[in-house]
Design a protein around this ligand. Structure first.
Ligand SMILES: Cc1cc2nc3c(=O)[nH]c(=O)nc-3n(C[C@H](O)[C@H](O)[C@H](O)COP(=O)(O)OP(=O)(O)OC[C@H]3O[C@@H](n4cnc5c(N)ncnc54)[C@H](O)[C@@H]3O)c2cc1C
Length: 345
């Protein structure tokens, strides 16, 4: 198998191929704006806007958890971190709606109105209280992708080469590119491979140092605050459909800091409203999102396929998608019409 791109899609696909015993090579050149190196890595089985299950969460979540835990065992490091997700209610109405949703058998398994005793929540403004999403997690995406890269480089399976469509040559029973050949080549090039149905969406997130906050849970209100350890917190994310390749912007940074300011209560000893936060880093990336928010999988030419469209939920989707695509390419199983890129043909 030849795989173009070593973001989350290409990495998970390559690992799944290797686990099946396939000879696999990955070709990747890190490009400005790649999504995976910016992702917060959050996995949330519940869509926060409407408090409904996110697409196929009960099926995808155990597959994702098992995949990333196993990868962690291989590298001797945990990348998959289960964490309670605290949804701060912006109004009494939303708090009431949450309790109604808790009685819906479809989603009730994932919701609770138990009030978390996490010490950091004392500093969070929550006049209407909070609810909890159970079975949420976050993946250290960069840590895992770096571990894969190092491993495959050592094995001679990672080639730092750009691949253009014109570089791909048909050979009997397969394709050849830059001297490498295989029966299949899969494009996992994320937002860099324009295709019908794919919309690039810029996202930005920052890391802020908040000494003394002592927050151990993931907090969501509009955006999220994720504790990273050592007084560092990831704050995100923004969505922008214009100027997607602009890189980090002042507007997005201010938007994220304003959210943070609104969420955190100040103690009398702390700096006033105008004192700047200590921003440790600020990144922008481009999400490869399909118009209908579903993955884009399938063949594009003889011996060539695409694994794309992971959108804003790549961590949850990637392991199932990789399995599904391989079963299609190697065993001839039909693609699920909801993920088949042919739906945009
Ligand atoms: C701000 C932000 C926050 C996010 N938060 C989350 C989150 O909390 N949870 C979640 O699940 N998802 C999140 N996402 C979405 C997630 O990042 C994506 O779903 C996922 O990373 C997409 O991975 P990919 O491999 O398809 O694309 P990419 O990560 O962009 O990878 C593509 C790779 O291919 C390489 N490449 C491209 N073209 C070529 C070529 N021609 N030759 C060689 N190499 C090439 C690129 O350099 C890159 O390395 C977030 C995204 C953003 C931007």
């Amino acid at each position: 198998m030849l795989i173009i791109g070593q973001g989350l899609a290409g990495s998970v696909l390559a690992d799944t191929c290797i686990a099946r015993g396939l000879r696999t090579a990955v070709l990747d050149v890190p490009k400005e704006g790649r999504a995976s190196h910016v992702a917060a890595g959050l996995v949330n089985p519940v869509s926060m806007r409407r408090t409904v299950l996110s697409w196929r969460a009960p099926e995808l979540l155990p597959i994702a958890g098992a995949f990333y835990r196993e990868a962690g065992l291989r590298f001797g490091k945990e990348y998959w971190h289960p964490i309670p997700l605290i949804k701060i209610f912006p109004s009494a109405k939303e708090a009431g709606e949450w309790r109604v949703r808790m009685n819906d058998p479809e989603v009730s398994h994932y919701l609770s109105d138990e009030q978390s005793q996490d010490p950091g929540l004392k500093r969070v403004d929550q006049p209407y209280g909070h609810g909890q999403v159970k079975r949420a997690a976050w993946l250290d995406v960069v840590g895992l992708l770096d571990a894969y890269r190092k491993w495959w480089k050592e094995q001679g399976a990672l080639h730092e080469r750009t691949v253009e469509q014109a570089d791909v040559r048909s050979i009997p029973n397969g394709v050849e590119v830059h001297g490498l050949s295989a029966p299949w080549l899969v494009w996992s090039a994320g937002p860099f491979k324009p295709m019908t149905g794919l919309v690039p969406v810029r996202g930005e997130r920052i890391t802020v140092r908040l000494p003394g906050l002592d927050l151990g849970v993931l907090v969501h209100r509009g955006g999220f605050i994720l504790p990273l350890g050592g007084d560092n917190y990831r704050v995100g994310s923004t969505y922008d459909w214009d100027n997607v390749w602009s890189g980090p912007t002042t507007e997005a940074r201010e938007e994220l800091l304003a959210r943070l300011r609104k969420l955190l209560l100040r103690t009398p000893l702390e700096p006033d409203e105008d004192t700047p936060f200590n921003v440790v880093d600020h990144w922008a990336g481009v999400r490869p999102t399909a118009i209908d928010r579903r993955p884009l999988l399938g063949r594009i030419a003889p011996h060539q396929a695409v694994f794309n469209g992971l959108g804003s939920r790549g961590v949850l989707l990637a392991p199932w998608c990789a399995q599904h695509l391989l079963e299609h390419l190697l065993e001839g199983k039909p693609l699920d019409p909801e993920v088949d890129l042919g739906r945009f043909a």
